[in-house]
Design a protein around this ligand. Sequence first.
Ligand SMILES: [Zn+2]
Ligand SMILES: [Zn+2]
Length: 420
Amino acid sequence: MEKITAVKGMQDIFQPEVRLWQHIEALIRSEMETFAYREIRTPVLEKTELFVRGVGGGTDIVKKEMYTFSDKGDRSVTMRPEGTASVVRAVNEHGLLNAGEPVSKYYYIGPMFRYERPQKGRLRQFHQFGVECFGSDSPFVDAEVIQILYNILTKLKLSDISVKLNSIGCPECRPVFRQNAEKYFGAVKDKLCVECNERINTNPLRIYDCKTPSCKENITGAPVILDHLCEGCSQHFESVKRALAQIGVPFVIDARLVRGLDYYTRTAFEVTSKHLGAQDALGGGGRYDDLVSELGGQKTPAIGFGMGIERVVIAVKTQNIDLGLGSGLRAYVVPLSRNEAEYAFKLLDILRKADISAQMAVSEKKTGVHFKDAEKAGADFAVIIGEDEIKNGTLTVKDLRKRSQQSVSEAELAAYIKNN
Ligand SMILES: [Zn+2]
Ligand SMILES: [Zn+2]
């Protein structure tokens, strides 16, 4: 029979890479404790309308990339393509939003789905970590959110990351900028790609994102939002920059960093890695003071970001960063014959009760083959049990990393493994 393979663009994650995933997730959870964010778990499946309104009907995501289908009750449902809309829906639905302080702070980790052309760093099922903070437009909140992303990436020892920062203004100051952008791009429209030609009148801000070389060339001379900020936005931006400097988060201003949808306001940021090529963003986000009301809640200022876990994994691997993760397996217990198996099984239990990751060889093999198995399993130690070992009450412990050997008594075995 023909082998069944995974669906295109969806990948299996297994040892040893899954150790890195677990490490990243554990780091996220511990960082979230420190910053007092609480986890929220929302369903993968949502009403399609949520993303049409929450991500934007005019975006590529909604127009081309969603896994949308009718369920058996003939309701249009969609597998979430991103995390923010679901979190906003959930906090609204359950009345979890305070009008002010204490601010409501949530984070999520989970799979997202987009029907895109699969390539490096871009899968149809991918995983995102994201935070959303509701209830304050204070610049300190913006700085805190940016710091979280920066902290996690630096704790993974990524050395080539860059925090790009911009302000995209508010409904008060953006219209003038938008008009100027429309005028500018209208004059060079022959040089822009087909999609950007459409964007000139629908959403000129999205042209700033276009990766087409001819568009990129023409974006260089385009008006920038920073020249158009109103007094309030300008002060807010200055405060965010000062707060970041205070806590030692380095950043560069990228006046062309935009977020294309109307409910995005003020702070926009992105963290990129030089080692990722075209898909160089590890994560990004910004303020969205008008999204909660767009989705039927009361007007609540908010800010958040999303981080692509696959991209972070690629960055860690490309830079050959040693996070000291190992396989996790410490002891491989080897009874040399069937006669020692029961004793070995008891020993295995002693190790596990001491919280030591241990595994036992259960088939009869030549000793040399057992050692190869132990190495293949990634064990740090092989614990050998033969007739003599049982008679003397001492075990032969082979350190597979140092290629050395030692006799250890049964009583001391757990402590020996823990300390070496
Ligand atoms: Zn403004
Ligand atoms: Zn373009």
